[in-house]
Write a protein that binds this ligand. Sequence first.
Ligand SMILES: [Zn+2]
Length: 158
Amino acid sequence: MFYEDLSEYDYQDDDTFTDSASGFYGLWYRPAYTRLNVGWLEAGKPYATGTVPAAFVEKLKAVQRVQWMNVCLGVHECDLCPEGEAPEGNGEVRIPGEPGIAYAAPFLITHYITAHGYRPPQAFIDAVLTVDLDAWASVRWPDVPFPWIPEDAERMSE
Ligand SMILES: [Zn+2]
């Protein structure tokens, strides 16, 4: 599946956050924020490469231990790797950016960075680095580990 970096995400209407401990689908909604694609690579499609800060990669991995979302769509395999050696990923990542914006990346984005030299847009790197992981790890809404409370949270909870 290929999407241009920073194009508008329209793969799924809803964003669904899951409690990784129980596997219970706890929270889904149609987001009011605009989702921008990051890191949807595919063999044969050019992508940006370059070094990224080690702290960024570590932070992104840490985010993925806290947040589990859009996991119901089946497994996605890296098709840049040789067949049979390709890791699989399930789900996506959401990282809030500017007000009204969230970045939408596939779970495999960390693999693309570390194994294939992919360099995401700087705005995404900055957004990941500013995530308050302690806050994210502690938020439940209502029972699901949830990265941040969107501006329209009150309306959604009605
Ligand atoms: Zn790969």
